[in-house]
Design a protein around this ligand. Sequence first.
Ligand SMILES: [Zn+2]
Length: 410
Amino acid sequence: MIPRTKQPEGTGIPRATGRIIGDMGGGQSGPTLVCFGGIHGNEPAGVAALESVFAQLATEANPLEAGRFIGVRGNLAALEQGRRFLVHDLNRLWTLPRMAVIREKEPSLRSPEEAGLLEIFKCLHRILKESGPPFYFVDLHTTSSPTLPFMTINDAVINRKFAGLFPVPVILGIEEYLDGPLLSYINELGYVSLGFESGRHEDPAAVRAAEDFLWLALEFAGLMGKSPGPQAAERLARLREAARGDRNFYEVFYRHALHGAENFRMVGGFRSFQALPRGTLLAHDHSEPVYMKKKGLLFMPLYQDQGDEGFFLIRRIPSRALRLSAWLRRFRFQDVLPVLPGIRWAAPGSQHLLVNLRVARFFSKKLFHLLGFRSKQKDRTHLLLSNRERTARNEDYAETFWFRRKFVRK
Ligand SMILES: [Zn+2]
């Protein structure tokens, strides 16, 4: 059972420990905002921000105008120890095959993260059953290096549009490089889901930015009533300043995979979004030097002893490409692709396309990206593409103020 605190009679007092940080509102009428903090145990800023927001809401007689707001603690055991994870990274387990294996396992043989996954899974599906649409999911994180606050999203138009309300940079396509993040699982269910990375782990500003983000999310998702609260403008200004006015969209084009973070040493002093020339010495991996192969923007350089990625490289997506892709998707251009040679559905009724690169040579990964596909290399000659638009529950969001807006660059 999820402990519930119903308004108006409930107190809404947050629990100090345990899975649920807070749970307010309720009933079948939406919207429902679900926020996760501490999916990585060394990132307590999100938990602290959620605790603070619930505590402030609890002092008000009628804190929510509508809907339900739930805060969920992620990796309980790792949070206690201040480690990213103890046995498994809780943000790399959310694939269907992996989850099936975990479910089959003898309970006593499950790692703390595997047990945690099953608990969060049940909690998530109970919320989806008990609460009303539209649903919004937010996963709060921080990074080991200094960074502007930023969002990561899977590239569906609903995510882009909702993310576009927040004055911080947005990174598309990181899920192509990661297996099993929680948000990809939720996104495949068709809901708006945003990752928000609020700053460096130890920086008190990271808690502040996460709090501002949560209040704005409550506002934008429609839980706080029609007119924006007086503090919304202030929160927007603070986030905009923290992000130094950067509200561009970026895409990941390179991931430096690690075989053991203990053998990786990033050169000191780098930060996310730092522009670097070709040839810059970035790190040593198993004592081998790692250089920038071409110029680009460094993203999430690793300064901790746990993690699967040393760093990423990103590039800005031109606004005309964003507009073009929104337009192509509106006309469902993606649906006619299988009539072309070398492209077919992976299975009847499947959401995945299989592309034979030998035949469909005229297509580039870039074009598939424009159409909302994310690709995984299946083998040397085949790409497996999944389309975010085919699963997105656009109809759930059709009446919201932000969905009806034309997609404009922020
Ligand atoms: Zn994290």
